[in-house]
Design a protein around this ligand. Structure first.
Ligand code: MGD
Ligand code: MGD
Ligand code: MO
Length: 749
């Protein structure tokens, strides 16, 4: 639901992994978290003898299926990948032609890779040098190879650099834009891809349109509301263009002052109310801050099919509301899968008892708050209707407006037809048969027109654009530092009229770039550029000429607007290697980061954290529980599999502290918080780290909160929240919490 921790999307698809000759997995545990999708990985092993390589701080169930496993120190994936690149470049295993024609800035990467000789990589990552060489050779020499990642890469202060590093490795090997290759990011929740695409985010409008005046005006028009009215909803015009708070640090909006720790920049006011729809709240890092913030609010509303444990951890007595939301079985509409494809879903039963669907709850609020007409206007525009039909008109509204990621082809009619005919599509390629010939299952975006096939493999120039082919997007100008940013000669999608690189298409350049003449009528109707062209003339003409509306450019290995232009290693804020924090320090502190002052270097250097907190704290998931866990702990049989919160601890570490298998232990965090959990001996973690699952709540710092659940609603299992002890630390670009790289101290309870 409205939660966007992960980011990115698969360039290929789960089915396409069956075409891979090698699979490298960084910070993901699909055997547990994507068990159905993982079947495709195993098929690749059966079909192609594909090597599965797992890089993880723990020996996971996925690692158990791997040919090669590297037990990496948390937060050191960038050195690991530079180490691989160092070997790759030295041996000439990189794809020189691909790099020359389709990548910008690889020279800088090559230079940095030289700083990572294998001995240094081994020292920083804790992985044996010989194993790194073996992994690199196996991966680089079996192409196409696919690279998988998930939360093990993102949940770090340097997570956004991690997620740039992985594609760079793929670009260097020419593993991008090919079947069996790509970056296949395993997304999280059901429809988390759709939630991201619709921008349940605080820094963009739907479809990743920015917060500029131009975008606001485009949306005002497309939603059928007055721009001045929209503007009037804000305290002042400039607040329209500013990023908001994030889910990760909303609590600072409540607790923060004008100065000092967690100071906020919110026009002199604090947040006073919270409205939670589809988030567990105890899943947010620094749970004690979350609790403090909840306590201080004027109003807290939780819309959830279950009792949201946000309402349990707070001591707030009044003005806490639990609204019964219907489940996804009791509503219908489109959702988006991890590979950018849409899926239509039908209502199985009507909402039970007094529960209401999320949209009906929102409509009721919009009515009470006095903007129902504006809220729903966009759904009536297409056919100029008096009323709308949910969810079809909402889907068609999205198709009409969102050009940036190419949702034009996603009309409700087409998506329903795919659902009804899903037996008519190939599982591996997604290609349709019979009546569905010429379309890919779920029309993976970009789906440029109402006839477009969908794009199952991004950046593939071996296909025509009509059939899902495309180059990289031209987004950052035509040149930088004197270097051409457009794709090289001859590297255009199959069948393109223009054989080389070309810019994104606008009203002004369309005739020249596409070698066409527009009629007078077309000139009148066409939008300013492909992103706001609701006439869709640009996309239609592009299809005829075999060209992508967003241009044909080079992929950027170097981002000149980021603090690190190419990804650089930076130690986690709380690192067990104090010697390395000097050589690889964190970022400068960042004031006003999504409205909150955020500490990096000052936190990292505040003290030698590793002295008092020598153990790495790794958090993650279990197969029987999900997210904050209430949904599943309320199920007797799922709860029975893990009836208690626990900690995986290596017997050697446990022994040092006199902690017995099955006895209770304390975990202390650098923030001064602690949790009491059951010790579970496990060799899946080395003695320098422990693992705790994220799915528990209902106990806080040893205090049992079960008396706080409304009668008859306490789940079958409760326990300490991992996030009570996850550390301070937020990504420099996205503000995702550093919940996969922190320190702790363990103690016998
Ligand atoms: N059963 C179940 N399935 C789920 C979910 C669930 O809660 N339960 N949640 C869904 C959601 S929302 C998401 S986002 C996905 C998440 O899917 P995953 O990302 O696979 O989930 P995690 O278990 O959190 O983390 C993956 C692995 O990252 C490793 N890791 C930690 N730190 C590092 C590091 O620094 N480097 C590397 N290389 N690895 C590291 C952890 O040891 C862990 O094994 O799962 C989805 N699927
Ligand atoms: N330490 C640590 N913390 C983490 C992570 C980690 O790896 N380590 N992972 C992070 C990640 S990637 C994620 S995505 C989050 C997950 O954390 P949450 O997003 O909190 O996960 P869920 O428990 O799935 O929350 C969904 C809530 O929505 C409710 N719900 C289900 N269906 C519906 C519906 O149709 N309508 C409404 N209104 N509600 C519904 C459920 O009952 C539940 O309360 O946790 C994050 N927190
Ligand atoms: Mo997630």
């Amino acid at each position: 639901m409205a939660n966007t921790w992960g980011y990115g999307a698969m360039t290929n698809s789960l089915g396409d992994i069956q075409n891979s000759k090698a699979i490298i997995i960084f910070g993901a545990n699909p055997a547990v978290n994507h068990p159905v999708g993982f079947a495709h990985f195993l098929k690749a092993k059966e079909r192609n003898n594909a090597k599965i390589i797992v890089v993880d701080p723990r020996f996971t169930k996925t690692a158990a299926k791997a040919d090669l496993f590297a037990q990496i120190r948390p937060g050191t994936d960038i050195p690991f990948m530079y180490g691989m690149l160092n070997i790759i470049f030295k041996n000439g295993w990189h794809d020189k032609g691909f790099i020359k024609d389709r990548v910008y800035g690889m020279e800088d990467v090559m230079k940095e890779a030289k700083n990572w000789p294998i001995e240094r990589v081994a020292d920083v990552t804790g992985v044996d040098a010989g194993l790194i060489i073996q992994i690199t050779k196996a991966y680089a020499q079996s192409t196409p190879g696919t690279l998988i990642w998930a939360m093990g890469l993102t949940q770090h202060t340097n997570g956004s650099s991690n997620t740039r590093m992985a594609p760079i490795l793929q670009l260097a090997l020419g593993n991008m834009g090919v079947e069996g290759g790509g970056c296949n990011i395993l997304r999280g929740h059901d429809n988390v891809q759709g939630a991201t695409d619709m921008c349940c985010l605080s820094h963009t409008l739907p479809g990743y349109y920015g917060l500029s005046d131009g975008s606001w005006k485009y949306f005002a028009k497309s939603w059928g509301v007055d721009y001045e009215w929209l503007k009037g909803r804000f305290k002042g015009k400039d607040w329209m263009n500013k990023k908001g708070f994030t889910l990760a640090r909303w609590w600072a909006g409540v607790l923060g002052g004008n100065k000092g720790e967690d100071a906020i920049h919110n026009n002199g006011t604090n947040l006073k109310a919270i409205f939670v729809m589809g988030n567990g709240i105890t899943s947010t890092a620094q749970t004690k801050k979350v609790k403090e913030a909840l306590d201080k609010l004027d109003l807290a509303v939780f819309c959830d099919p279950f009792v949201n444990e946000g309402a349990i951890i707070t001591d707030k007595q009044d003005d806490v509301y639990i609204l019964p939301a219907a489940t996804q079985f009791e509503t219908s509409g489109s959702v988006t899968a991890t590979n950018r494809s849409a899926q239509w879903r039908s209502e199985i039963i009507k909402p039970m008892y007094e529960s209401k669907t999320d949209q009906d709850i929102m409509f009721a609020f919009a009515k009470k708050l006095g903007f129902y007409d504006e809220f729903t206007a966009g759904m009536k525009i297409r056919e100029n209707k008096k009323d709308f039909k949910w969810p079809e008109d909402a889907t068609d509204e999205i198709a009409r407006i969102i050009k940036t990621i190419g949702l034009t082809g996603w009309t409700a009619d087409r998506l329903k037809k795919h659902q009804e005919n899903w037996h008519m599509f190939d599982q591996v390629s997604g290609r349709g048969y019979g009546e569905m010939t010429g379309e890919y299952y779920g029309l993976p975006w970009p789906c440029w027109t109402e006839k477009h096939a969908g794009s199952p493999v991004l950046y593939n120039i071996d296909r025509s654009v009509k059939n899902g082919g495309m180059g990289f997007r031209n987004r950052f100008g035509l040149e930088h530092d004197g270097q051409d940013l457009l794709a090289g000669k001859g590297s255009a999608p199959k069948g393109s009229v223009n054989k080389d690189g070309y810019p994104e298409i606008t009203r002004d350049n369309i005739e020249e770039v596409l070698s066409i003449k527009l009629t007078a009528d077309e000139k009148k109707r066409i939008g300013k550029n492909w992103k706001v062209d609701t006439s869709n003339i640009i996309a239609e003409k592009c299809m005829e000429q075999g060209m992508a509306p967003y241009g044909n450019a080079k992929a950027r290995a170097k981002v000149w607007t980021f603090p690190d232009q190419i990804p650089m290693h930076r130690e986690p804020l709380h690192s067990p290697r104090q010697d390395l924090t000097k050589k690889y320090p964190s970022f400068a502190d960042k004031p006003n980061h999504y409205r909150v002052d955020t500490r990096y270097i000052s936190e990292q250097t505040a003290q030698d954290w590793s002295k008092d907190f020598p153990i790495n704290l790794v958090t993650g998931r279990l197969v029987n529980l999900n997210g904050a866990g209430m949904e599943n702990r309320a199920s007797k049989y799922l709860a029975a599999l893990t009836p208690e919160m626990y900690c995986d601890i290596n017997p050697d570490l446990a022994g040092e502290h006199g902690i017995r298998d099955g006895s209770m232990m304390w975990i202390h965090s650098p923030q001064g918080t602690k949790i009491k959990v059951k010790a579970k001996y496990s060799y899946s973690v080395s003695p320098d780290r422990i693992f705790i699952p994220i799915h528990f709540a209902g106990v806080m710092e040893g205090e049992d909160l079960s008396h706080k659940y409304p009668d008859g609603t306490a789940p079958y299992a409760i326990g300490e929240s991992a996030n009570t002890v996850t550390n301070y630390g937020y990504d420099i670009i996205t503000q995702i919490p550093e919940t996969k790289g922190g320190l702790c101290r363990v103690e016998r309870a």
